[in-house]
Design a protein around this ligand. Structure first.
Ligand SMILES: [Zn+2]
Length: 156
């Protein structure tokens, strides 16, 4: 069962750590490996979701809209990795997906991210990275904090 990693790259300004909490909703478009069609819609799921497929349970169980094949996915437990200041400007794997019958091709970053400011440790919740950047103000240290130029890629 192929494991796909989602890697991100960004520039962090006065941010020590950026991470996705356990209840993060991942929005990803998949390609069906039976008929090679790209899904019309993204699938949206979290590590807390449970879908039944027969007797088995997965985070996602979804039929292909074209060939009808049942595909499934599990977020690999404990694969979540924070993106830290030292990673700034480089790709780093932040989560892994165990996919059966489909392959991730397109990730849409959204809200739900958490960041911790460098030095002050101030925590910012529910950050939205849809615009691929985010800017705020560290009220303790009176300086800007930000995340810029978010990029992603899937690796196998
Ligand atoms: Zn298909």
């Amino acid at each position: 069962m192929p494991i796909y990693g989602l890697e991100i790259k960004a520039t962090l300004e006065n941010i020590q750590k950026l991470y996705a909490p356990i209840n993060m909703f991942w929005r990803i478009r998949f390609k069906c490996l039976s008929c090679s069609e790209l899904g019309k819609n993204q699938l949206e799921f979290s590590a807390l979701d449970e879908c039944k497929a027969g007797k088995a349970k997965f985070n996602v169980a979804s039929r292909c809209q074209f060939c009808g094949r049942l595909r499934s996915l599990d977020i690999v437990q404990k694969s979540e990795n924070p993106y830290v200041f030292e990673d700034s400007g480089s790709f780093k794997m932040i989560i892994q997906f165990d996919c059966r019958g489909m392959e991730p091709v397109e990730y849409t970053p959204g809200d739900g991210w958490v960041a911790e400011a460098a030095d002050s440790g101030e925590v910012f919740n529910n950050i939205d990275l849809m615009e691929k950047e985010w800017v705020e103000y560290d009220s303790n240290l009176q300086r800007p904090v930000g995340i810029y130029g978010l990029e992603y890629k899937f690796t196998k």
